[in-house]
Ligand binder design. Structure first.
Ligand SMILES: [Zn+2]
Length: 232
């Protein structure tokens, strides 16, 4: 995955997820000529511990944070599906929406959440929306998007060849992001509602985490994924 794919589709649950998960990879590919598209499934309206923050206001703030980050990464398009935060459902309608995006954009590589990653150590478990978005995306990619009798009104079938799942407990593919780590750090810091008042903390955490993955990959900085290679 060190060479830039032609078309990339990233599908993530919340406005900050793609930047945290694979912002260095997406920025690298965009810089190297890929068309990189992002679909954000939920509006992020519950992503605060402050009861004084109104969800409608938070949604608007997070949308502008996302726009700023997308410009830094160099995304070709960003689409927000606008489902309520925390309430994502693995429904046929959701999968059909994802199938329609896959068939319209016809990506070579799809990136998303690893739905099998549940427990990270003893103090964090994976967000419900991440698990559901990841599972729905996998089912949308294969077999649904590739076969004509699934959602026949959602465009002509398309076989995705590569899926890269982030937030995984079983990485087996790494992308060297040494050249774009500062873009990633800046993109993550755009999400001020999520990392507010921490004065560069988010960027430091991004560098530290990518350096850990880099040690596994033989690079200064890397992002790790579980890779699936699909055949029609
Ligand atoms: Zn998230």
């Amino acid at each position: 995955m060190q060479r830039a794919p032609g078309v990339v589709l990233a599908v993530y649950a919340h406005p900050d997820d793609a930047d945290v998960a694979c912002g260095g990879t997406l920025a690298r590919w965009a810089r190297d000529g890929s068309a990189v598209h992002l679909v954000v499934c939920t509006d992020g309206g519950k992503g605060t511990a402050d009861p004084e923050v109104q969800p409608t206001r938070l949604v608007a703030e997070r949308a502008s944070e996302l726009d700023a980050a997308a410009a830094l990464i160099g995304l070709s398009s960003v689409e927000s599906l606008g489902f309520p935060d925390g309430e994502l459902t693995d429904s046929a309608a959701f999968r059909e929406t994802l199938v329609a995006r896959v068939r319209a954009l016809r990506p070579d590589v799809v990136c998303g959440h690893d739905p099998t990653a549940v427990f990270f150590g003893q103090s964090y478990f994976n967000h419900r929306d991440h698990r559901i978005a990841g599972a729905a995306l996998l089912d949308a990619v294969a077999p649904a998007a590739a076969l004509p009798h699934y959602f026949p009104g959602a465009g002509p079938p398309h076989q995705v060849s590569t899926v890269l799942l982030s937030g995984t407990l079983e990485p087996d593919e790494w992308v060297d992001v040494s050249g774009t780590i500062e873009i990633k750090a800046a993109a993550v810091e755009c999400h001020r509602t999520q990392f507010a008042g921490q004065g560069g903390w988010a960027g430091d955490a991004v560098r530290r985490r990518a350096a850990e993955e880099g040690r596994r990959a033989g690079a200064a900085y890397a992002e790790g994924f579980r890779r699936l290679t699909l055949h029609g």
